[in-house]
Design a protein around this ligand. Sequence first.
Ligand SMILES: NC(=O)c1ccc[n+]([C@@H]2O[C@H](COP(=O)([O-])OP(=O)(O)OC[C@H]3O[C@@H](n4cnc5c(N)ncnc54)[C@H](O)[C@@H]3O)[C@@H](O)[C@H]2O)c1
Length: 270
Amino acid sequence: MKTVVITGSARGFGYAMIEEFYKKGFNVVLCDINYEELKNAKKKLEFFNKKGIILSYKMDVTNEDDIIKVIDSVLEKLGRIDIWINNAGVNQPMDPIWELSSNVINRLIDIDLKGTILCSKFIMPVMIKQKSGAIYNVEGYGSNNATMSGLSIYGTSKRAVTYFTEALAKESKDNGNYVNVGKITPGIMITNFIGTSMGDGDKINLSEKTKNVYNILGDKPEVIAKYMVDKICKNKSNNAKFVWLTTRRAVFRFIGAMFGRKNSYFDNKE
Ligand SMILES: NC(=O)c1ccc[n+]([C@@H]2O[C@H](COP(=O)([O-])OP(=O)(O)OC[C@H]3O[C@@H](n4cnc5c(N)ncnc54)[C@H](O)[C@@H]3O)[C@@H](O)[C@H]2O)c1
């Protein structure tokens, strides 16, 4: 039975992917900084009563000791880790750079970028020793070089996550090619993330225009998780990239919206 670890998996996209893997018969490892959400997530999963083992850890991806403890404990209990997904991430307050506090800037880069780097640093040697494994990093706004006012630090971190993932895939290839490193590009998901900054911080006030775009292009995380987990289970190559919101899908959504086909996640006047 294969084992998957997902960071930031107490809710949202991380949880939705964990549920899909569990339903497919994997052992699953929930890890998240939010202990209360973690307990709820474990209970929700247990309800499905599948054969896989469920482990759950309070873990901050910015804390080396937390990461090492999780890896050591999972290896002790289950013997190996087949898939590791760096998903934990926070959104920023939608303000220009000069209005953000240094604490916010540092914390966001620590979680969204350095968390992904640190987890990869510690799990990579484990997978090389196993002579197999896969690491996937979650991209986001900015990964494709797009810029938007109010998303500068988040976009910088995700652009760097993209570079880092490609660099790690190359290092894997040059060191035995035992580990497949890839990117997950989820598009727009209707989760806590889009309306709250810094995890469980301040509310983000979405403009009417943004709400309208989210109604057209956004999807529930479980829809995207199903697609991504299928892709991950089938993938056999290094440096893969799985994209949900392709240009084609976006164009069809906008055409559909002209004929009134859009979701109503948010009430808006446009
Ligand atoms: N929601 C979107 O539209 C969207 C779009 C593109 C990419 N993403 C990315 O998807 C990923 C998941 O986001 P989501 O939408 O599910 O958000 P979410 O807020 O629902 O879930 C994020 C999870 O990460 C956890 N987390 C935050 N800081 C942590 C830390 N230091 N250590 C461990 N866990 C931590 C939170 O507690 C939460 O459970 C993020 O990387 C985000 O950047 C989201």
